[in-house]
Design a protein around this ligand. Structure first.
Ligand SMILES: Nc1ncnc2c1ncn2[C@@H]1O[C@H](COP(=O)(O)OP(=O)(O)OP(=O)(O)O)[C@@H](O)[C@H]1O
Ligand SMILES: [Mg+2]
Length: 509
């Protein structure tokens, strides 16, 4: 009996983990052979045997149909899913026949699907797998050509990307040290195609100011206003003013999008902060992730970026409630029999809504036609705890047309981005994170207002009946307002402006 072992990788949550593919071949001498696959494979993995044997045949490799094959994917207690084990299984099968001369180095991990003609196909989560390879002590990874640039983002790993199984076998027969390797390319994603400029929005200076503060500190934001006042327009201009991603953050974002099958491996690193705008028909699993084969949801796809919920009350309340934990903790954890899955979700929540179902409550000219009851039901879609997690809620009022035309365009996205970037850098230099992520002792240490500021805050907390969470959020926003002015201390003016962004706490509008 011949036995071989090949390194491969699975993905759980957004993390890769090493899998050893063991193949044993026994020749019973007579009868028809059978293939058994063990180690918690899903349907796609079980179907792998058919793809692999056809690909072997297409590659001109001999196959003994009377042999008994056992393919084991270890560790056996974790579910294996998807077609990414194809290449490792095919090479394992070939290596059990010594005449094939296939040497499988333990230092190389194999991750690709096989097409029936033997060519290598891309798979989800290659960056996570390359990371798993490095953590498992591998120095090489073999992937499909479409995945080569993505795998090469991982430092200290040599990437090989053969076109097909024949070429892979040839390279292994001659030794991988001599095989072609993929050079890392510093791909530039360029500016987003739909670059929208903040100067397109006329007037609405207070909303623009809040957008700037939220972008600088990474705070959550809710715009409330009548139809056509510019809420959606403003929110869509947020990506253009956000500070750049660090290299580590860009790697994390790329990894998550790749696991979700949304990253084109040839695009290199995901350098733009994500901006996700799910429709209100999104399911709870679609929004926060999970499911029977857990995948990242919209909040994870928005990690280090923005999740924008336009028309917030249109989202079912029970779906919105799922946002509470990931918004608070910056990650969603799902417990499984074989451990916990982690889905990072450190993102800004930006939302927009009308003040009432007809949209015109508080409008200077048009009358609202809704009953108090209808307004109440509309608002009830957004629970208190969810609202409590939103740092700034403010009105985006209707502007008369003559006012819109007379208004100056205001600063461009580029000018605002420079301001935001400087403020964010100051935060990182001081405390290593954005103000929106300040917690516990670090929050106390870096975001304590002066005496007058403290008194004003206490007064507001008492008068408005605000929670401790709201208190902390006001402090964080005050810190960002001070940072935008490069002020080391937080004054009463900074605190007062931050309290001003608590519209729904201050009025019944
Ligand atoms: N301040 C503004 N400056 C320039 N154009 C504006 C402004 N506000 C609104 N508009 C114009 O009105 C259109 C509608 O704006 P937008 O979609 O942002 O409204 P909204 O507040 O999201 O409304 P709704 O509540 O109906 O979703 C924009 O596409 C734009 O053409
Ligand atoms: Mg809108």
């Amino acid at each position: 009996m011949e036995l071989t072992q090949v390194c491969a990788a699975g993905v759980e949550g957004v993390d890769g983990y090493p899998v050893t593919v063991e193949v044993s071949r026994a020749t019973p001498g007579r009868g028809v052979g059978r293939t058994t696959m063990v180690g918690l494979p899903d349907v796609a993995v079980r179907e792998s045997i058919d793809r692999v044997t056809t690909a072997l045949f297409a590659g001109g490799f001999s196959h003994s149909p009377s042999d008994h094959l056992v393919v084991n994917l270890a560790p056996a207690d974790r579910r294996k899913e998807g077609p990414a084990f194809d290449l490792a299984i095919a090479l394992g099968l070939l290596a059990t026949v010594p005449e094939n001369g296939v040497r499988l180095p333990a230092s190389c991990l194999f991750a690709a699907e096989l097409a029936l003609d033997g060519s290598l196909r891309p798979v989800r989560g290659v960056l996570a797998m390359a990371q798993a390879a490095r953590e498992a002590g591998c120095t090489r990874i073999m992937v499909a050509p479409e995945d080569a640039d993505e795998a090469a983002l991982m430092e200290d790993i040599i990437v090989h990307a053969p076109e097909n199984l024949r070429q892979a076998v040839l390279w292994l027969q001659n030794g991988l040290a001599k095989a072609p390797r993929v050079a890392r390319r510093d791909l530039d994603e360029g500016a987003p195609a739909d670059h929208l400029d903040l100067s397109d929005v006329r007037g609405q200076d207070q909303a623009k100011r809040a957008l700037t503060i939220a972008a600088a500190g990474g705070h959550n934001l809710l715009f409330i206003g009548p139809p056509g006042s510019g809420k959606t327009m403003l929110a869509r201009r947020l990506p253009g003013i956000l500070p750049p991603l660090s290299h580590e953050q860009a790697l994390e974002v790329t990894r998550i999008h790749s696991v979700a099958g949304l990253h084109d491996g040839r695009r290199g690193l995901h350098r733009q902060r994500p901006f996700r705008a799910p429709h209100h028909s999104v399911s709870a699993v679609g929004l926060v992730g999970g499911g029977s084969t857990p995948r990242p949801g919209e909040v994870s796809l928005a990690h280090h970026g923005v999740i924008f919920l336009d028309e917030l009350p249109e989202f079912p309340r029970r779906v919105l409630e799922h946002l509470r934990q990931p918004l608070e903790d910056g990650q969603l954890t799902i417990s499984r029999a074989a451990g916990r899955l982690r889905f990072p979700s450190r993102c800004m929540l930006v939302a927009a809504m009308n003040p009432c179902p007809c949209g015109y409550l508080g409008h200077p000219v048009r009358a609202c036609v809704d009953s108090a009851d209808a307004i109440h039901r509309y608002r009830a879609h957004i629970s208190g705890p969810l609202l409590d997690r939103i740092d700034c809620h403010l009105e985006v009022p209707a502007q008369p047309p003559e006012q819109v035309h007379a208004a100056r365009p205001g600063p461009s996205s580029e000018e605002v981005r420079a301001q935001v970037r400087a403020a964010r850098q100051g935060m990182l230099d001081r405390q290593g994170c954005a103000n929106g992520d300040l917690v516990g002792r670090a929050l106390q240490r870096h975001a304590s207002p002066d005496q007058a500021g403290r008194e004003l805050l206490h007064q507001a907390i008492n008068e408005l009946g605000l929670s401790h969470r709201a208190h902390d959020r006001i402090l964080r926003v005050s810190r960002t307002i001070a940072d935008l002015e490069r002020s080391p201390s937080i004054s009463i003016d900074h605190v007062s402006e931050a309290i001003g962004y608590r519209l729904l706490d201050r009025s019944s509008l």
